[in-house]
Ligand binder design. Structure first.
Ligand code: NAD
Ligand code: WQD
Length: 342
């Protein structure tokens, strides 16, 4: 039987883009998602782009029996574990739900991998583990700071669970990828981010304002110690990010990893302010976005961007899309979503 790559959370934003890149590289893909933050129609989008319809299994990975059954049903060679709750503000209000969902699902995956001799895991981590770094850009050696939210803590604890599991088991090898800020959508306009309710993140808020769903963007503070006073992030295109997962899976499958547990930053290496992001969107779309400057958002990091040189060297991976490309594809996707909701 041909080996399959299991993508948990594969109908979600980053998972669906990764499914496309894996299929394009000839991998056989199985998706598990409970559709908590996505819908089954995403598989149509993946099929439209690749010509191949990945299998979708709908269930909750907190169910250990169903998770284990899945590993019996398929011949899985690697797992890419995206499935998690990810809203920072919500995690502050619902910490137990976040700890339960993000950690129990991870433990179930690791248990099933051990039970079925599956050796390779790629884990979605986040730059949130660095908090506000003292030195910029951040390398993988930059200190991990106490998490400011339960969500962030689930990523720190998740990394620790994986590190300890790889060192206690002779079989499991893992790569944790610390994403900076993924934005944009597949250039085909067939898949993209589907935020439910009011978006927390900057780019969906900009595109929803531009299309008229939101009245105005609120810029959270212009009094930071940055050149234009707004916060700085490292925005990368979601398809670039997706490609890094293909490389990580190949590295593990080909046993090219240097340690049982490796960590890589995934970013462009360039910091971009809120106003610069807004300007890029306005330039590529020709649309003026109404905004006001409000107070700072609690818990916001002033500035952070990646040193991606380890991923550049070891994974032979770097970003290709520009900030303008990111904004262009985010806008095409927003128009597409709005049209299909009419
Ligand atoms: P997303 O919400 O679009 O995708 C996650 C998917 O997982 C959703 O489709 C959801 O329905 C599913 N899911 C959640 N809990 C599940 C469970 N218990 N069982 C089965 N399915 C479950 O999120 P995303 O933006 O694609 O993020 C993917 C991963 O990357 C997450 O782990 C997230 O924490 C991490 N991450 C995201 C960002 C970002 O800015 N988007 C940045 C850093 C890290
Ligand atoms: C970007 C910038 C805001 C919205 C979050 C998570 C983090 C990680 C990535 C998963 C900030 C400003 C935003 C708005 C604004 N996710 N902004 N008005 O803050 O880097 O991080 O996503 O791991 O854990 O916290 O991303 O897109 O929310 O904000 O001015 O309406 O845009 O202040 O400077 P952030 P973001």
């Amino acid at each position: 039987m041909k080996k399959q790559i299991l993508i948990t959370g594969g109908t979600g934003y980053i998972g669906s883009h990764t499914a496309v890149e894996l299929i394009n590289e000839g991998f056989d893909v199985v998706i598990v998602d409970n559709l908590y933050n996505s819908n089954a129609g995403v598989v149509d989008g993946i099929e439209k782009i690749t010509g191949i319809r990945p299998l979708l299994e709908v269930f909750d990975l907190c169910d250990s029996v169903r998770t284990n059954d899945l590993f019996s049903k398929f011949n899985i060679s690697a797992v890419i574990h995206f499935a998690a709750y990810k809203a920072v503000g919500e995690s502050v209000r619902m910490p137990l739900e976040y700890y339960r969902n993000n950690l129990v699902s991870l433990i179930n995956i690791l248990d099933s991998m051990k039970a079925h001799g599956v050796e390779n895991l790629v884990f979605s981590s986040s730059c949130t583990v660095y908090g506000q770094p003292e030195k910029l850009p951040v390398t993988e050696q930059s200190p991990i700071q106490p998490a400011v939210s339960p969500y962030g803590n689930t990523k720190q604890i998740g990394e620790e669970i994986i590190r300890d599991t790889t060192s206690s088991s002779n079989t499991i090898n893992a790569i944790a990828l610390r994403y900076f800020n993924p934005i944009g959508a597949h250039p085909s306009g067939s898949i993209g981010e589907l935020p439910t309710g009011v978006p927390e993140n900057l780019v969906p808020y900009i595109t929803q304002t531009a299309i008229g769903l939101r009245e105005e963007l609120k810029v959270f503070g212009n009094d930071y110690n940055t050149p234009d006073g707004s916060c700085i992030r490292d925005y990368l295109h979601v398809s670039d990010l997706a490609k890094a997962h293909v490389v990580a899976v190949k590295r593990l499958s080909d046993k090219k990893n240097k340690k049982a547990y490796e960590v890589f930053n995934l970013g462009t290496g360039k910091g971009v302010s809120v106003f610069e992001a807004l300007k890029s969107f306005e330039k590529v779309t020709g649309i003026k976005v109404k905004y006001t400057i409000t107070g700072r958002r609690e818990g916001d990091i002033e500035q952070i961007w990646a040193d991606p040189s380890l991923a550049n060297k070891e994974l032979n991976w770097k970003t290709g899309y520009s900030l303008d490309d990111c904004m262009k594809t985010a806008w095409e996707w927003q128009k597409q979503v709005t049209k299909s909701n009419l």
